[in-house]
Design a protein around this ligand. Sequence first.
Ligand code: SF4
Length: 320
Amino acid sequence: MSATAPKPPLRVVLCAPRGFCAGVVRAVDIVERALQRYGAPVYVRHEIVHNKFVVDSLKAKGVIFIKELSEAPPGPHPVIFSAHGVTKAVPEEAKARNLFTIDATCPLVTKVHREAQVHFKRGRRIILIGHAGHPEVVGTMGQLPPGRVTLASSISDVKRLEPDDGRPIAYITQTTLSVDDTREIVAALKARFPAIYGPPNEDICYATTNRQEAVKAAARQVEAAIVVGAANSSNSQRLREVAEREGCAAQLVADERGIDWAALTNVGSVAVTAGASAPEALVERVLGALSARYDVTIETLTTTSESMIFPLPRDLREPA
Ligand code: SF4
């Protein structure tokens, strides 16, 4: 394109809701408040949320991200557990080592942990629908002794489950799954185990559900979709898949530098959304990059509004 050539038109449908959820806001606030109250360094086990921009900004303020508790020294500087939750063994190890800890696990993940414990106490076989290796899944499975939770990620996994052994059976789910895929997996579970116990509406959280609904509605109106989010963010990956299933050429980008411009050639309309761990600043950078190349008109498509707020731990409620 020459410097004087007019920019091609592009209709941008901005999804709402998008971006930060209440669990991510709370987790990031916990780290910020801990820095104010206890001073740097503050240790965070695992990425506090799955977003490099957020992690890098916190590093710049004095946060040290660690993989294992053994990397944190005892003393007045807290170790914070990420929003994804941890296995039971982690706080136990922290206690044994006299570490000062703060739990930033999202309350909606904690709710799933409690469901697992209730099913276990009632002697039920427990099936967890989720993705192997995701920290939330590791944390949820780790609420119970090894071998007591069976992971099912697909309908084929459901088919491979051991037959009914007379014990009652229950399912729980990861919070950030595809609503549509999970519905199919639950249907397969119910077909095999008609008396299976489960939560009324799966355990997929409100933020995951709302973001998927918004991108699905937008994707029906456009040719392409850009999802702002990290490659290791489960809910961001699901947004990309939902848009693709609606026939959009969808791309997941960490920020504007990741945009595949070739994929937007001859595209006249694009949906833009962001995963629950992606800050709005990155959405603005993507919109800025689109505006630099196209004559952009932006319309917001709002499918629902959100008012969820999770309170901070008591000790951190007042600013230092
Ligand atoms: Fe909590 Fe859902 Fe946000 Fe995860 S995506 S932190 S479960 S509100």
